[in-house]
Design a protein around this ligand. Sequence first.
Ligand SMILES: NC(=O)c1ccc[n+]([C@@H]2O[C@H](COP(=O)([O-])OP(=O)(O)OC[C@H]3O[C@@H](n4cnc5c(N)ncnc54)[C@H](O)[C@@H]3O)[C@@H](O)[C@H]2O)c1
Length: 351
Amino acid sequence: MKKILITGGAGFIGSAVVRQFINDTDCHVVNVDKLTYAGNLQSLASVSDNPRYAFEKVDICDAAEVARVFREHQPDAVMHLAAESHVDRSISGPAEFIQTNIFGTYTLLEAARTHWNSLEGDKKAGFRFHHISTDEVYGSLGDEGFFTEQTAYEPNSPYSASKASSDHLVRAWHHTYGLPVVTTNCSNNYGPYHFPEKLIPLVILNAVNGKPLPIYGKGDNIRDWLYVDDHARALRLVLEKGTAGETYNIGGWNEKTNLQVVQAICTILDALHPQGAPHSQLITYVTDRPGHDMRYAIDAGKIAKDLGWKPEETFETGLRKTVEWYLSNTDWVQGVTSGDYQNWIKTQYET
Ligand SMILES: NC(=O)c1ccc[n+]([C@@H]2O[C@H](COP(=O)([O-])OP(=O)(O)OC[C@H]3O[C@@H](n4cnc5c(N)ncnc54)[C@H](O)[C@@H]3O)[C@@H](O)[C@H]2O)c1
């Protein structure tokens, strides 16, 4: 029965990881989250009363508080997901990205190192610091090829540059101090509980409400999509079986242009939520994002070969589940779109 310290557990992917640990294992979870606009404890409502779940409202940049959390909870492993994660926000305001993604990772690494140095025997040998990162650190691909674990880093946005920096810090803490780390670089995730500033939930909710469906440029940028629960399963597997010092790419072998993604959502909604005219009539092309990477595609061969992971969902099954989830979880959607989730958090933690 292990205790896992998860940073960013109130976010999109972190909450999926927390729910899986509580529902599918006997592990204890300590969720360390600052609750930025992207943190939503309502995504954890189904597990938050479980005695194996604990929440710490802590900023990972706060060294004293992070040290206290390690002292009090004595975790067997860390999964580090807390980050500023939205590329558009990183372009209009990079400061928070530098602070949380770089300085926050450094602060966490130092606390983890102190904690690891205090451990002995099996506890020390079994400790892991799992850093969760993105395929965006590799830059942009042309028409051919895939990102492998050997691909050189060429980050293009403030977001991907901050994540690349954090990957390098994690690598250095392994090589310099021996901290047993694993890093994973994953492609674009989608699924339930995704904050509706990102493409897929934004398009679903706009389409349901008859609003324009904005597509950058010509909609021909390609992303490699992975269902969030498949990512969470991969992360748990890497934590359990991954080799210290290694990195693993995670992807769904699901390359789609943004236009294909939006059209697929429209087709599902035409069947599940017909509104007279086809939803694709709402598609609107908007000015492209500056420096927009053209294509991301992950070679997930290493994690398949070494650890036996493969995704359970195809893009078609995962997308249908996602649309159905947004149509039937109107309370969660309402809470996020009205901002009520933050008022609720205030009454719980800031009175
Ligand atoms: N979403 C994707 O498609 C994707 C793909 C690959 C990798 N990743 C990586 O996975 C991780 C999680 O992504 P996500 O989409 O769930 O992000 P998210 O934005 O949904 O959640 C981030 C969480 O981190 C918390 N947080 C932010 N700053 C913090 C701080 N200073 N201290 C403590 N908590 C803080 C937020 O409150 C939030 O709960 C990130 O590291 C991201 O880079 C995401």
